[in-house]
Design a protein around this ligand. Structure first.
Ligand code: TXA
Ligand code: MG
Length: 338
């Protein structure tokens, strides 16, 4: 019913009519749907988000329902302007303010003590709310035109790979949402880095598209890193997460024993060069020049592609454990934890 309505009401040559959701770049249409309390998929520089009014109870419930996500897993609020943050939080510790001023708009999410305006459903009952200002021209313009923040988890079903193209969202959730705001391919391709304070120090709670090194360059003194022992309910800490349906294995070239896979239909995602002597395998390379940013922008796209190939197994090469390699290894360890 909704789909028919949406198809009929948006005659616009820039929009592609798809079998599932409408994919288009009409900010006014996105705004109209959001103001009504319904959901829109929005582009960000990290991954596509499934967005709804972050202060509206029924929009929030719809997000959890569409994603099939348990309500103990809190949501990030997205804002378009710094002064929107003030009414959502009680205070901003100065090291976090410095990071926000330096990296916003950008792939940085901050955990701050929430004000009463933020519904408990957003924070899963925690007294801290996660906030970020994404760096994508369409979504920034959309956010700046709204008088409420957008709650937006990644626009994928719970535990699956995050989307970095509108087509990914359409395939996964298109039958449940009316509109996907088309901002093209996500330039960073990994979720935001989540930071907060712990024992007076800046702590990274989730590795992300902003590297530890970049954050450290702004902060004097030691920063704390996520620990294996952090609560599984912590940011991005669920063991099985970011996972394709196809069994996935993280491998290192030195230790991989190929014989185990002799008769299998294998896909292999390499960092900078093809795996030697295996031309019968589906092979992809993340960055021929060994550039970690380029690899990050490619990773989820290639994982989505390979997951459609009816493979027995996807092998993904462990990345160098520095800068965005750390984030990718974190995601790949979770993706291969089945
Ligand atoms: O790049 C991103 O951050 C994307 C785009 C769409 O902005 N969003 C995203 O949202 O990755 P989501 O929901 O897929 O992951 C957010 C993570 C979750 O693991 C959640 O547990 C954590 O952030 N989180 C959100 N609010 C929190 C809070 N108040 N306290 C602790 N963790 C929180
Ligand atoms: Mg997610």
């Amino acid at each position: 019913m909704f789909l028919i309505f949406a198809v009929c009401s948006i005659p616009n040559s820039t929009q592609k009519k798809n079998t599932l959701a409408i994919i288009g770049a009409d900010i006014n249409e996105a705004k109209r749907i959001l103001v009504k309390g319904d959901l829109v998929a929005i582009p960000t520089e990290t991954v596509y988000g499934l967005a709804g009014n972050g202060l509206n109870q029924s929009s929030l419930q719809e997000i959890f329902k569409v994603k099939n996500r348990p309500t103990f897993n809190p949501l990030i609020l997205h804002v378009g302007k710094m002064d929107q943050v003030t009414e959502l939080v009680q205070d901003i510790p100065s090291p976090l303010l410095r990071l926000m001023e330096h990296f916003w708009p950008g792939p940085l999410t901050v955990l701050l003590r929430k004000s009463d305006r933020v519904p408990d459903l957003v924070t899963a009952g925690s007294d801290r709310v996660a906030i970020r200002m994404p760096n994508h021209p369409l979504s920034l313009q959309l956010l700046r035109s709204l008088d409420f923040p957008l709650a937006a988890p990644s626009a994928n079903p719970f535990t699956y790979i995050s989307p970095t193209l509108p087509e990914h969202v359409d395939k996964m959730l298109g039958d449940q949402i009316g509109y996907i705001l088309d901002g093209g391919a996500c330039s960073a391709g990994l979720e935001s880095t989540i930071v907060g304070m712990e024992q007076g120090k800046v702590k990274i709670f989730r590795y992300g598209a902003l590297s530890v090194e970049e954050i450290q360059s702004i902060i004097n003194g030691a920063i704390l890193l996520p620990k294996e022992t952090d609560s599984i309910q912590g940011p991005g800490q669920l063991k099985l997460h970011y996972a394709p349906h196809t069994p996935t294995l993280l491998f290192e070239r030195d230790t991989l024993s190929i014989e185990d896979f002799e008769n299998k239909h294998i896909g292999i995602i390499n960092f900078a060069e093809a795996y030697p002597g295996r031309t019968q395998w589906e092979q992809r390379i993340l960055s021929r020049s060994g550039n970690l940013k380029e690899a990050a922008a490619q990773l989820y796209q290639i994982m989505h592609e390979m997951d459609q190939m009816d493979l027995d197994l996807i092998l993904i090469e462990r990345l160098p454990d520095t800068e965005l390699g750390k984030t990718m290894n974190d995601r790949l360890e979770r993706a291969s934890s089945k």
